[in-house]
Design a protein. Structure first.
Length: 255
C-alpha cells in the first residue's frame, strides 16, 4: 500500500474514532465537567495514537525507499562492465561507484575511470569457388560454434596489422590484402568480465590457401558456400550479424 494512502486512512480512522468517542461519552456521562474531562482525555489519546501512526508510516516509507535505492545501486553495480573493479586503483577506497554506463568514480579521491570499446578484427576469406572460410572455436566463449578468423588488436598495432597477425597465428596463412568493409559493436564475456568491443571486419586475400592449417584457438577450419551458411551457427553476436550482412551483400567499403 502506498504511503499517502496509508496516511489518509490513518487520519480518517483517527477522526472517526474521535467522533464516536465524543458521542459515546456525551451520551453516557451525567455531569458536564465529567464529559469535558473524559472527552479531552480520550480524544487526546486517540489523536496521539493517530499521530504516532502517521510518523511511523513516514519512517517506514523512508526506510523502504532507502532499501530500494540501495538494491538498485547494487544491481546497477553488478551489471556494470566495471563490476569486478570494486576498489579505487589509486587510493584503494571501496567508494568506487558507477558514474555512468561506461565509467566509475572514486568518491574518496575523485579518480575517474572509463572503459571504452576494445578493438577486435575478423576476416572474410573466400576461395575461387566463392566459398567462405570459417572455423570452429576451441575455447569459450561460444566454444564449439562457428567463427570467422580474427582476434583482438594488440598495443601499438593497426587493424590491418592485427588481422594479418591473427590469420597467420590461427590459420598459418599470409594475408596479401586486407580491406575493411564495416564495423559492429559487441560485448565479449571473458574471465567473468563483459568487455565492450568494436569489431572491425576485413575482406582479405591470402597468398596460398594450400598452407591452411588450424593452429591457435581453432579446432577445425573449412569452406562453406554462402547460400548454405546459417548465421545462428556462429556463437558471437557480432559475427552472426556480420555474416548476415555479408550474405546479403551489404558491405560498406571504407576506401
Amino acid at each position: 500500500m502506498k504511503t499517502t494512502l496509508k496516511i489518509a486512512i490513518t487520519i480518517a480512522v483517527t477522526i472517526l474514532l474521535m467522533a464516536i468517542s465524543f458521542e459515546v461519552i456525551t451520551r453516557l456521562s451525567t455531569y458536564h465537567d465529567e464529559r469535558v474531562t473524559m472527552n479531552v482525555l480520550i480524544l487526546s489519546v486517540i489523536g496521539a495514537i493517530g499521530l504516532l501512526t502517521v510518523v511511523a508510516t513516514l519512517h517506514e516509507s523512508r526506510h523502504q525507499k532507502k532499501v530500494e535505492e540501495y538494491m538498485e545501486l547494487i544491481e546497477k553495480e553488478n551489471k556494470h562492465p566495471l563490476a569486478l573493479f570494486r576498489y579505487c586503483p589509486v587510493c584503494g577506497s571501496s567508494k568506487f561507484v558507477a558514474k555512468q554506463e561506461n565509467a566509475k568514480i572514486c568518491e574518496n579521491c575523485g579518480f575517474n575511470y572509463y572503459i571504452n570499446p576494445s578493438a577486435a578484427v575478423a576476416a572474410f576469406i573466400v576461395n575461387n569457388e566463392g566459398e567462405l572460410l570459417v572455423g570452429r572455436r576451441a575455447h569459450d566463449p561460444a566454444k564449439g560454434t562457428l567463427d570467422l578468423p580474427g582476434g583482438f588488436v594488440a598495443l601499438e598495432e593497426t587493424g590491418e596489422e592485427a588481422v594479418k597477425r591473427e590469420i597467420k597465428e590461427e590459420l598459418n596463412l599470409t594475408v596479401t590484402k586486407a580491406e575493411m568493409i564495416f564495423t559492429i559493436p559487441n560485448r565479449y564475456r571473458w574471465s567473468g568480465m563483459t568487455i565492450p568491443t568494436l569489431d572491425l571486419f576485413y575482406q582479405c586475400e591470402v597468398e596460398n590457401l594450400e598452407e591452411l592449417k588450424p593452429l591457435d584457438d581453432v579446432v577445425e577450419t573449412f569452406f562453406i558456400k554462402l547460400d548454405y551458411i546459417h548465421p545462428e551457427d556462429f556463437g558471437l553476436a557480432s559475427i552472426r550479424e556480420a555474416v548476415s550482412l555479408y550474405q546479403e551483400g551489404k558491405m560498406i567499403l571504407t576506401s
